[in-house]
Design a protein around this ligand. Structure first.
Ligand SMILES: [Fe+2]
Length: 156
């Protein structure tokens, strides 16, 4: 079970014990939530993440840090755009919207803080691993379930 962003300490510990190497993430239909616009955006997030990971791994590049930072900014700004698209949909159900928004904003805030405070690229590798793990888990559990709930309530 991933941390749910209620406790900053838990998150910091999670990052620093997360020494597993980040891996490429592969899209398959188990990630479909059944809402085209969001499915397309989730696919873009997979692509952006994989591009970020490949520039992060290309350590011999000239201006390495600038390139990685640029890819990271692209990923995080698309994440914010994507979350705001999703939240317009979650607003259709007050039973879902506040908690779901909290998950998104906690995640974005944490990732932005971690990158602002830390230029150590070994830690960035752990952050990438965290980011992909959170994203996959969030899509497959929270997003998928809540799209199903909206569908059942006739709100889609
Ligand atoms: Fe979401």
């Amino acid at each position: 079970m991933l941390p749910q962003f209620s406790n900053q300490t838990t998150l910091v510990i999670f990052i620093f014990i997360g020494d597993k190497m980040a891996e490429i993430i592969n899209w398959d239909d188990s990630y479909l939530v059944g809402f085209d616009e969001i499915d397309e955006q989730h696919k873009v997030l997979f692509d952006l993440y994989n591009s970020l990971l490949s520039v992060y791994r290309a350590e011999d590049r000239v201006e390495y840090k600038a390139v990685v930072n640029h890819a990271f900014e692209e990923m995080t700004s698309y994440l914010e755009y994507h979350f705001s698209t999703e939240e317009k949909i979650w607003r259709r159900d007050e039973a879902i919207f506040p908690e779901h928004r909290k998950l998104h904003s906690g995640f974005v805030k944490y990732v932005l803080q971690a990158t602002a405070n830390d230029s150590d690229f070994e830690s960035l590798g752990a952050l990438l691993d965290f980011l992909s793990t959170w994203l996959l888990d969030h899509i497959q559990t929270v997003d998928k379930r809540q799209f199903q709930e909206l569908r059942e309530k006739g709100l889609l």
